[in-house]
Design a protein around this ligand. Structure first.
Ligand code: ATP
Ligand code: MG
Length: 563
């Protein structure tokens, strides 16, 4: 399949420098026939928001240029990897709405080829087996100011190296006994070029290859060659790999690879109040700071999903931040506002009373029920929902006041002696307050103004405002989980004195054990988004049962001021 260049040329200039590179590649004489990208996670944890950016970039680029994107598990560290992570990563990518080309790729399925290429380098006199211990090798390597020293094993003969490498593969040595290294330049100013390790001995079974191997390639040796095997044209990775590019190019130049991938680096996505490192997120899980990888407070894709963030919102956000080489921290409020914008447009509406005050409608008969019908969404065609109206209702405590001096503009809620509209139902007037022995208000008696459902009342009954409510007899008890930021510090990663664990917000989860939801929420599907009117955006949690619904607050209705 060839690329439709006209379609590509007419797209507006993007905030994505990779696309600009591809645009100009496509104009060149050596234009690739097809754009091939890949997303190469290591299956050592769940994906986070930073990965979402890389996914949108790699899969999105393939889509934009009618190319293909591979999902390749870069599985060269069997000790830290697992099938659980592989499954989670596949789920997350699919949920974001992307699909990989052909079957899933694994670096481990290239182990045989990579081994043969290592042998090839030995045969060319470009790799050797080194017996330095890890500590000695570090010493020999030097540092940024001191050049390295050649290993005493560097001049072993090709024949000896071939025999030793075969013995490594055959399991004849203990872990750490020796390693295979590239023979490049111990004096290079680029530390990555100082005879980097290619293979180490690891007596560990692998989740894909079982006990086939006891030597494993180093990521740096595997990565570029895997790209070449897959015909990746644009190998996109984050900036920390910029210094590795000369090494990747060295491998490609010195091996008979089938294709030449080009690497382009972009800046990592970093968000304030967030950590984006699988290692750190794993610590939060292991230390039980959160309930799991998909805890709604986690910046993981599965956590955000459970929290009620939508794939569309996450993709919009990634689009907004753009792709550049400038390092910077993005305000998490930008992600939240992308979520809010999407939910405002698309979430179903419902009512839920959190802090109930009982209202008794004196002119509505006990036991009577009137079924009112309300649109599920004010603008979108989502049908209607039924709302039972009865003599006993709940409204929010804070929506009632006895203070009759409160101005109509200032307090657009229920005041004794005045009118308010119950959303989608009647205009009511508060008549009388009932108190308990401690002088606390326990109930308000009100009367409804007849024929005001869906109709404007006469001017003398003009309501102060509109408030939400539920029928006390029909409402469903539910638990609400309200989330704050997981960290109190805008840069939990950066504090030199304190570990990020110490900067966890102790009040990041507030549980409201009993709120009252309108009956239509009985059908609320997990992950289906709702705006609880005047309260916030919520989503049903997988912990919901027939007895008790559980909702996660996705986000407040509006950005809170004064942060
Ligand atoms: P982590 O430190 O969280 O483990 P990683 O880079 O080691 O991240 P990989 O599994 O190797 O995780 O990442 C797969 C791809 O996602 C890589 O191409 C990597 O560059 C990219 N990626 C990881 N973190 C980010 C981020 N914060 N922003 C953008 N891309 C990222
Ligand atoms: Mg990595």
């Amino acid at each position: 399949m060839s690329i439709d260049k006209t379609a590509v040329e007419t797209t507006p200039k993007s905030n994505n420098f990779i696309h600009q590179i591809i645009d100009s590649d496509l104009q060149s004489d050596h234009a690739p026939v097809k754009i091939v990208t890949r997303f190469p996670p290591e299956p050592n944890g769940y994906l986070h928001i930073g990965h979402a950016k890389s996914i949108c970039l790699n899969f999105g680029t393939a889509e934009k240029y009618q190319g293909v994107c591979h999902l390749r598990f870069d599985d060269t560290n069997p000790e830290k990897e697992s099938q659980e992570y592989i499954d989670a990563i596949k789920r997350d990518i699919t949920w974001l709405g992307f699909s990989w080309h052909e079957q899933i790729k694994y670096t481990s399925s290239y182990f045989e080829q990579l081994y043969l290429w290592a042998v090839y380098l030995i045969e060319q006199g470009r790799a050797y087996v080194c017996d330095l211990t890890a500590e000695q090798a570090r010493e020999y390597r030097g540092n940024f100011t001191t050049p390295g020293k050649n290993s005493p094993y560097r001049e072993r003969s090709i024949a000896e190296n071939l025999a030793l490498f075969a013995a490594m593969k055959a399991g004849e040595f203990a872990e750490g006994h020796c390693s295979l290294r590239a023979k490049i330049d111990m004096q290079s100013s680029n530390m990555n070029m100082r005879d980097p390790m290619l293979y180490r001995i690891l007596n560990v079974a692998h989740h894909q290859t079982g006990s086939d191997w006891c030597i494993y390639p180093i990521y740096d040796f595997a990565h570029g060659q895997s790209d070449a095997i897959e015909g990746v044209t644009h190998s996109i990775c984050t900036l920390e790999f910029e210094g590795h590019r000369p090494l990747y190019d060295w491998f490609i130049d010195n091996l008979p690879v089938p294709a030449i991938p080009r690497q382009y680096e972009f800046s990592r996505l970093e968000l304030n109040y967030t950590v984006t490192s699988k290692r750190k997120l794993k610590q939060l899980v292991d230390l039980k700071v959160v309930f799991g990888w998909d805890d709604p407070r986690m910046p993981t894709i599965s956590g955000m999903r459970r929290r009620g963030y939508t794939a569309a919102a996450i993709k919009n956000f990634c689009e907004m931040v753009g792709v550049t080489r400038a390092n910077g921290v993005v305000d998490v409020a930008m992600l939240e506002s992308a979520v809010r914008e999407d939910l405002e447009k698309n979430a179903k509406r419902a009512m839920c009373v959190i802090n109930p005050l009982k209202i008794t409608i004196s002119n509505f008969a006990e036991g009577q029920c009137e079924l009112l019908s309300l649109p599920v969404h004010p603008k979108l065609e989502m049908g209607n929902r039924e709302l039972p109206f009865s003599r006993h209702l709940y409204i929010e405590k804070e929506d009632f006041s006895e203070d009759t001096s409160l101005g109509r503009k200032k307090f657009k809620r229920l005041v004794i002696g005045d009118y308010v509209r119950l959303r989608g139902a009647y205009v009511i007037k508060a008549e009388q307050v009932i108190r308990d022995d401690n002088d606390q208000i326990v109930e308000v008696v009100a009367s409804l103004v007849p024929r005001t459902v869906g109709a404007n009342p006469a001017p003398e009954f003009k309501p102060r405002g509109v408030i939400h409510w539920v029928s006390a007899e029909h409402a469903l008890p539910c638990e609400l989980r309200i989330y704050g930021r997981l960290f109190t510090d805008p840069s939990p990663d950066k504090d030199k004195e304190k570990s990020f664990i110490e900067l966890v917000n102790p009040d990041s989860l507030q549980v409201i054990k009993q709120a009252w939801a309108e009956p239509s929420l009985k059908m609320a599907a997990v992950e289906s988004a709702y705006q609880f009117e005047r309260t916030g955006y919520f989503v049903a949690d997988s912990d919901s049962t027939a007895e008790k619904l559980v909702f996660n607050q996705t986000i407040a209705l509006r950005e809170s001021k004064g942060k």
